[in-house]
Design a protein around this ligand. Sequence first.
Ligand SMILES: [Zn+2]
Length: 293
Amino acid sequence: MFNDDPILNQLPPIEDETIYSYLSRIGACTGLIILGYQPYSEYLFGTKRLKTPNYYLCDCLDNLIKRIGNNEFDCLSSSGAIIMNMTVFPFYSHFISRNISSSVIKELLTDTPKLNSVARKLKIFTLDNQIERNQVIKFCPECIKEQIYLNREHMVIGNYMCYKHRIPLNYIVAGNNSRYPKFINILSLDYTNGLPCINNSYLFYNHVADFVHSIFMGDFSDSLETIKDKIKYKLENMDFIVDETINFQKLNNEFTLYRELFKGVINENAISEMVFRKNPNSKNIMPIHYIYF
Ligand SMILES: [Zn+2]
């Protein structure tokens, strides 16, 4: 039984490692990954499934925690600990309401797969950009020289720099749909693999990496309303808002970062709704870091 398997105590999770990465390493080290994706997944989660976990989240966590059993690692001590320490949930939960956040946690614990519904509620795939449209694993070549694992900060959509090493992340395309990944043996990753996510705008992407890191570290405590007000205040101060309307032409013409960021993937209505609507949970809301400049 996995519960009694000493491998669990021999293979400590790495700080900020995604649960996907950890289970992939466990599978590789125990040889269980050879069973194939579905049997291994079924073994871990006790239920027939095709889609768990993905690079960002993991559901059926109560089943998984039963399988893992008692262990010495804080981040694997409970389902809640996995959510907070080994998934991207703490980042995205900043940009949704408390009610939705609570319902997401409940869904991640049930034994019925809910990953797609949860990803939608967290708006993980709101930014449908070129790189992350595919099934992509992002990693820092310098980080994996030290230890091969996937860092959850690197998996945040649109984050393309390593906070620690200040170099662009590399990515490999592992399939054609990031919502349904299979277990890849990540121990076979090498620092020479993949392509850099970016070749320019390092200053800006360093800023994004800082922002992502600060949220995971809990240094960022602004509420959704406060963020919204700050963005509106900034746009007003820069004369991009006149008569409660955003002048997108001016914004496009004058704000290099804005052009760099949006590249037509986020529509202007979404920004208007974000800034002007009382209820910041409108379906058009976007991951805030893209305009939190
Ligand atoms: Zn790194």
